[in-house]
Design a protein around this ligand. Structure first.
Ligand SMILES: O=C(O)CCC(=O)C(=O)O
Ligand SMILES: [Fe+2]
Length: 299
């Protein structure tokens, strides 16, 4: 919490060019215009972006990928940001969604509910599931102190580790990389995520892999201070956003989750609970390396 206070104090209201954009896209009435939002699917507002092709490894269909050739985008003026257009099949997405709903919130992983409830297993079948906001895996992020603790660890599932390896190899990241922590965020149509920088990791440059599922959202990406006006980017189900190097230290937020009636129709393969949940929800699964390679936790 102390960290958040310092950040707030750094940018007073007058200089804050992030908040007005956040409030604008969050607005319900009148509905904001979406004409300036970057849309990689429909190739709108992306004149300054370069289309690139990334290669996934061989034999990766078990991870839900549709092929090994992925369309991605980068921008010279935003070093470190890579957007990958949904490379998953709809069955592949359904499998990841099912993991996010049925597996990842289960113990020994941690969730926001642990502090308030005796959380039953198969929580997705209970009323409590609507109150789920996050689940953490690997080194658990402590939301109050904003530090990772070496002893607070549950293993990263192999399938998530495999997915990470394929993405890290596709972006040709040169250093070694280990998926050490994951946060799964659960949003409903009225949920937002306030502007923040992810600086709890000791390695502040390594790629952060962020994958969206379910209902679409607007993601805001600003700069290292809130003085910098953010850009809005549409994130749809299956899209992968990677932030590394300087971009890792940029403010970002989610001001809006949309309702799109086609979202749940697309996942015929989902079980009944997941399908109903996804009707008005968005899931974001993000994977991080916590420590600098070969260094471990500082004393
Ligand atoms: O939901 C998203 O797209 C972003 C999540 C995020 O920024 C975070 O978990 O730190
Ligand atoms: Fe973040």
């Amino acid at each position: 919490m102390a960290v958040a206070h310092v950040e707030e104090a750094e940018t007073n209201e007058r200089d804050d060019n992030f908040k007005p954009v956040f409030k604008y896209y969050k607005m319900k009435k009148p509905k904001p215009s979406l004409k300036d939002v970057l849309d990689f699917d429909n190739e709108c507002n992306i004149e300054e972006w370069e289309k690139i092709h990334l290669c996934g490894s061989d034999n990766i269909s078990y991870l839900g990928f549709q092929s090994s050739n992925w369309v991605a985008w980068k921008n010279q003026s935003i070093p470190g940001l890579i957007f990958i257009n949904n490379p998953f099949t709809s069955i592949g997405q359904s499998e990841w969604i099912t993991r996010c709903i049925q597996d990842f919130p289960e113990k020994p992983n941690k969730t926001n509910l642990d502090a308030h409830y005796a959380v039953p297993s198969m929580i997705y079948k209970t009323e409590l599931f609507r109150k789920l906001r996050w689940a953490t895996l690997g080194y658990h992020h402590d939301w109050d102190t904003k530090v990772y603790i070496k002893e607070s660890y549950t293993p990263i599932p192999k399938i998530m580790d495999d997915l990470t390896k394929v993405i890290i190899s596709a972006i040709e990241y040169k250093s070694s990389y280990q998926a050490e922590a994951a946060i799964v965020n659960y949003y409903h149509l009225d949920s937002t995520l306030a502007a923040h920088i992810d600086h709890s990791e000791y390695d502040k440059k390594a790629p952060l892999i962020s994958i969206s599922f379910g209902q679409p959202a607007i993601f805001l990406l600003g700069g290292t201070t809130k003085k910098i006006k953010p850009i809005g980017i549409f994130l749809r189900s299956g899209d992968i956003l990677i932030t590394q190097d300087d971009c890792r230290q940029a403010y970002h937020a989610v001001p809006k989750v949309f309702y799109n009636k086609e979202t749940s129709i697309r996942y015929q393969e989902l079980g009944a609970y997941s399908k109903e949940y996804l009707e008005d929800s968005r899931i974001n699964m993000n994977i991080r390396q916590v420590c600098e390679p070969g260094k471990g936790f500082p004393d």
